[in-house]
Design a protein around this ligand. Structure first.
Ligand code: PLP
Length: 393
């Protein structure tokens, strides 16, 4: 593999410290490198390949679209975008969709919607957004500005203004930041990159209440925790709350680059209008054929049911590890979005060792082993993963 790695480092900007693996193809829940070594993928890319690598219907649907058309300008309609949007509206029970190419662009759009909504109401531009510490929303400048991680932000200042950070799961710290200028509160329903922290139910409910009372928009970033990962189509459903703006991406295209921001009726009616926002590739027929196929397959293949069933078993096996190994502090997470908190920041070393054993995992928040397996895993896959993980321990 070394010649490829050397060639890659020669020409690709070094913004990642990559693992020494050159991935070549996928099959089921396994990836293969160019030397034909096999890896059990318990990261799904990064929370992307929910349906695994071998869904024949999905492959057929996108191949068919490749033969028809992959791009049209957004000055025209295209059928895959309409169908994908209908299915996403059906799944979210919200009102309007805007398709983007990535998660970070979905966040950019959500920020613009919130600012426009407030501008329409007040006619001024002094608005503030409250985001959370330890959050992650993407790398473009708007999304970076609401990402509560100073290490990612430092060199890129000045960022966009009017952003306040509150402490996740601390409602008093949110209340302290709310004022007449606040136009939106933005958070991940379950923080992913920050270390797998689910929001407390009372925290989310209180935030929803504040937002309703003061006509502040609630933006939920479900780019990682959404699309069935926690056992409901979107994680907020299990909290009994609804956002005004939802962002989704990662698993939305099962490997094709696509994201979306989705608005409820109130927000859609009083925010972006023609001329306010646009994209060349967003909503293109190929990406939307993927979204459409994914959303149908979730229903046809009863993906949520499998997540609900398998995650009980998965949690049990992880809890056993917590009992067995004293360097594991605790398990956190929901459904198939799980983290094991590892003492002495050994998580990175474990991920490296696991890779040598043929198991792909990722870290989160520095000290957390993060599990985001494909949503189609079986008990046997969990058993194999546990066996490989124990070897790497
Ligand atoms: C990955 C991620 C993003 C950014 O998505 P990209 O497609 O990488 O731009 C934003 N928010 C959350 C919660 C994410 O996990």
């Amino acid at each position: 593999m070394n010649p490829y790695m050397d060639r890659g480092e020669e020409v690709i900007l070094h913004t990642y410290n990559r693992y020494p693996v050159v991935l070549d193809r996928g099959e089921g829940v396994y990836l293969y490198d160019v030397d034909h070594r096999k890896y059990l993928d318990f990261a799904s890319g990064i929370g992307v390949y929910s349906l695994g690598y071998s869904n024949e219907t999905f492959k057929h649907n996108i191949k068919e679209q490749v033969d028809k058309l992959t791009h049209t300008s957004n000055l025209y309609y295209n059928v895959p975008a309409i169908e994908a949007a209908e299915k996403l509206i059906h799944a979210t029970k919200m009102s309007k969709v805007f398709f983007t190419n990535s998660g970070t662009e979905a966040i950019e759009g959500a920020i613009k919607v919130a600012r426009k909504y407030a501008f329409n109401k007040t006619g001024n531009t002094e608005h503030e957004i409250i985001a959370m510490e330890h959050s992650f929303h993407g790398r473009s400048l708007g999304a970076l500005s609401v990402t509560g991680n100073p290490a990612y932000q430092e060199a890129f200042k000045p960022l966009i203004g009017g952003i306040q950070f509150a402490v996740f799961n601390d409602i008093e710290s949110v209340k302290e930041k709310v004022n007449d200028k606040t136009c939106a509160i933005l958070l991940e329903t379950i923080q992913g990159e920050g270390g797998i922290y689910p929001a407390d139910e009372c925290f989310l409910k209180e935030i929803e209440k504040i937002c309703k009372e003061r006509d502040i928009l609630l933006i939920l970033d479900e780019i990682q925790c959404g699309m069935g990962r926690t056992g409901t189509m979107f994680a907020y459903e299990s909290y009994g709350i609804t956002p005004d703006i939802l962002t989704t991406a990662k698993a939305l295209g099962n490997g094709l680059p696509v994201g979306a921001f989705v608005l409820n009726e109130k927000t859609a009616k009083a925010s972006l209008v023609p001329g306010d926002h646009g994209t060349t590739y967003g909503g293109n027929p190929l990406a939307c054929a993927a979204v459409s196929s994914v959303l149908s397959l979730y229903e046809d293949e009863k993906i949520l049911k499998n997540v609900q069933k398998i995650s009980k078993y998965f949690e049990k096996q992880l809890d056993k590890l917590v009992d067995q190994y004293e360097f594991i502090e605790e398990r956190r997470g929901k459904g198939l979005m799980q983290g094991l908190v590892i003492k002495e920041r050994l998580a990175g070393d474990i991920v490296k060792r696991a890779l040598e054993e043929g198991l792909i995992l990722i870290t989160a928040g520095g000290n957390v082993l993060r599990f985001l397996p494909p949503l189609i895993i079986t008990e046997a896959d969990v058993d194999t993963m546990i066996k490989l993980l124990k070897k790497s321990f």
